[in-house]
Design a protein around this ligand. Structure first.
Ligand code: GRF
Length: 200
C-alpha cells in the first residue's frame, strides 16, 4: 500500500485524472488523500464526488499536519502557494507545470508561452523546492504549436498531456522507476497505418 497526498487550490482536474488512473490499477493499492488550502476549491468537491478522503488544510497548518501524517509522495496539482523548507523537509514533494521549464515559470505559463510565439511548449513534472517552479526536472513532454493553432486548442492539449503524464510519473516514482517517452506514446492512436508494427 502506497500513500499519496494531492494538494491543490482550485479546479482539481489533475487530481481527478490521478484518482481515475489509480482506480484502474487496484493491484497497486494507492491510497489517496486530497488536501486544499482553499475551503471553496472545486478540488474538494471532486474528492467528495469521487469518494476520496479530503481535508481543508490551511497553509499555516502544513507543518503540523505533515509532521504526523506520512506519505510516500506529496503531489502538488495547482497548489498556489510556495511551500517553505520546513514543510518540504517533511516529505517528497513533486509539482506539475504547464510549460517546458525552466521557460515560463510562474502564473499564466500557457498564455505567456503562446503569446511569445514559441513553437514547442509542453508540460514538466519536477521536484519542489522553495524556489518557484525551480526544483530538478523529473519528466517533460512536448506540445507543438503550429502557425494555425488557436490558443484554446493549445491550452486543451497542454491539459490533455498533463492528465496523461502526471499519473504515469507518479506511478513510476512510487515504483522507484523512471519516466520514458515511450510510457506516454505506448497507446497506439491507430493513425500509423501499421507502420508502428504494434496493433495492426
Ligand atoms: C495545471 O495547469 C498545472 O500545471 C498548474 O496548475 C493547473 C492546475 O489545474 N500547476 P487543475 O487544478 O489540476 O485543473
Amino acid at each position: 500500500m502506497k500513500k499519496i497526498a494531492v494538494m491543490g487550490s482550485g479546479n482539481g482536474s489533475n487530481f481527478e485524472a490521478i484518482v481515475k488512473y489509480f482506480a484502474q490499477k487496484p493491484e497497486m493499492g494507492v491510497d489517496i488523500t486530497c488536501l486544499s488550502d482553499n475551503v471553496n476549491a472545486y478540488i474538494l468537491e471532486r474528492a467528495k464526488n469521487l469518494g476520496i478522503k479530503y481535508k481543508y488544510l490551511p497553509f499555516e497548518q502544513n507543518c503540523a499536519y505533515f509532521a504526523v501524517n506520512n506519505f510516500d509522495l506529496i503531489v502538488l496539482a495547482g497548489y498556489m502557494r510556495i511551500l517553505p523548507d520546513d514543510v518540504l523537509n517533511l516529505g517528497k514533494f513533486i509539482n506539475i507545470h504547464p510549460s517546458l521549464l525552466p521557460a515560463f515559470k510562474g502564473k499564466d505559463a500557457i498564455y505567456r508561452a503562446y503569446e511569445a510565439g514559441v513553437k514547442v511548449s509542453g508540460v514538466t513534472v519536477h521536484h519542489v523546492t522553495s524556489e518557484l517552479d525551480g526544483g530538478k526536472i523529473i519528466a517533460q513532454y512536448p506540445v507543438l504549436i503550429g502557425n494555425l493553432t488557436h490558443f484554446d486548442e493549445f491550452e486543451k492539449e497542454i491539459h490533455n498531456v498533463e492528465h496523461k503524464l502526471y499519473p504515469i510519473v507518479i506511478e513510476k516514482l512510487l515504483k522507484d522507476d523512471v519516466f520514458d517517452f515511450n510510457d506516454l506514446l505506448g497507446g497506439c492512436s491507430g493513425t500509423c497505418e501499421g507502420g508502428c508494427g504494434g496493433c495492426h
